[in-house]
Design a protein around this ligand. Structure first.
Ligand SMILES: [Fe+2]
Length: 434
């Protein structure tokens, strides 16, 4: 067994030793799942698990994760028994080099049938660890380079568990970024659960088995709604995740930082988000310039107009996601986690006099002069024109009886923090929290 004393040695990533590199045996297209493609989606929805890291690769990856450097700088615990490690690539060259190596990128791009690009370095190797212990130090003391093989006896309740009916580890959702690769770093022999369910076009969830040790899946998680089932029967479950977008000119991405904003180091997240979005725009501009340069004159103005429209909405999304730091802080202080906004919003819509409450808040009384009011009118016009609406929680056609309002617009843009402030201004926050 490799001693924890060796863990400070920085290992060099070598694809010949650390990669397993076998393509997936099966991929599911959006069409296979009866899902309509969107302007930002590509063909493959998900793959079956396939080998990515060799056993030596798993050990080296775990050694890098469990180094004092990574544990010290990257560890956090959203709940007892769960440890997360973020931004590990900043402290581990092995982790950074593994994910960004051309051989790894090629394997994953082939799996997705589209050239992939890592969205930003802070999203390399986001790691979820489920193990024994309440505090970070108790959980860290359980970690070892060799994957745990001790089993936990399954109870009757475990065996009867149905993630589609009971609690799932992560309920139905869309990811923050277009593509994700999830690699399993734990021994899954004897494990029950841990699979991903994808909502298909006809409503029947497709079950994709969870990967085994060193294996991974590629999922177009920003475009397909999915759920992660709880896993049982094992002492530890460690999965590591990197997010990608398509590296293709003209193919925009469906990213939001809604789910990351509340618990990330915001100055780092905002910097990398802005750089990533601007880099994409720069390449789009260069691509159009190259295309225009091919002809002596410009004959197709619609192409330039469409380009401008796309850039405007891309830039607008980029900026709207950057809720000012002081607003994030004051909202968190006043209302707690922005995650509560989703349930409170559901409740608010059932209140008597909901529309009267909504009408009490106007551009004169709340967020005066803010662009969100213009955004709301634009979305209302698009709804009147019968258009499909892009949203942080998937695309939709407005079908409710009532008028689309500011609360809907804030959720559409993935701004639950501001939704809390708006709910308060309408008087509904006090009603749904009393
Ligand atoms: Fe997900």
């Amino acid at each position: 067994m490799i001693s924890r004393l060796e863990e400070t040695v920085q290992e060099v990533f070598d694809p010949k030793i650390h990669l397993a590199c076998e393509p997936p045996t099966k991929k599911f297209t959006l069409e296979d799942l009866n899902l309509q493609p969107s302007p930002t989606s590509t063909k493959i929805a998900a793959t079956l698990p396939f080998p990515i890291l060799s056993l030596e690769g798993v050990r080296a990856y775990r050694r890098a994760l469990f180094s004092q450097e990574v544990l010290h700088h990257c560890g956090g615990s959203p709940a007892p028994g769960t440890l997360t490690l973020r931004n590990a690539a900043l402290y581990s060259t092995f982790i950074r080099d593994f994910w960004s190596h051309p051989d790894t990128m090629q394997l994953l791009s082939d799996a997705a049938d589209v050239p992939l690009k890592i969205v930003m370095s802070t999203e390399i190797g986001h790691t979820n660890i489920q193990t024994k212990g309440g505090s970070v130090s108790e959980m860290v003391s359980q970690l070892n380079v060799e994957p745990q093989t001790t089993k936990v006896p399954l109870t009757e309740e475990d065996r009867a568990y149905n993630p589609l009916k009971g609690s799932s580890i992560i309920p139905w959702h869309y990811d923050s970024y277009p593509y994700v690769c999830v690699i399993m770093l734990s021994d899954t022999d004897g494990m029950l659960g841990g699979e991903t369910y994808i909502r298909t076009g006809d409503g029947v969830p497709l079950k994709v088995e969870g990967p085994k040790l060193g294996w991974g899946v590629v999922l177009q998680g920003g475009e397909v709604e999915h759920l992660a089932a709880r896993s049982m029967g094992v002492m530890e479950r460690i999965s590591t995740i990197t997010s990608f977008c398509a590296d293709v000119p003209g193919k925009y991405d469906s990213s939001y930082i809604t789910n990351l904003r509340w618990y990330s180091d915001r100055p780092t997240l905002y910097k990398q988000w802005t750089e990533y979005r601007l880099e994409k725009m720069k390449r789009e501009i260069e691509h159009l310039q190259e295309h225009i340069a091919l002809s002596p004159t410009l004959s197709d103005v619609t192409q330039v107009q469409k380009f401008a429209q796309d850039q405007l909405s891309y830039l607008k999304r980029t900026a709207r996601q950057l809720i000012p730091f002081e607003d994030c802080e004051s909202i968190a202080e006043k209302y707690g986690s922005a995650r509560s906004a989703f349930n409170l919003w559901e409740k608010a819509q059932t209140l008597d006099g909901f529309e009267e409450h909504v009408a009490t808040v106007t551009p004169r009384t709340w967020q005066q002069g803010c662009d969100l009011w213009t955004d709301l009118i634009e979305t209302q016009l698009a709804i009147q024109a019968g258009k499909t609406i892009e949203s942080q929680r998937g695309r939709f056609k407005w079908s409710k009886e009532r008028q689309f309002c500011m609360g809907d617009e804030l959720l559409r843009q993935g701004l639950p923090e501001i939704l809390l402030s708006w709910l308060d201004a309408t008087g509904m926050y006090a009603l749904v929290t009393s």
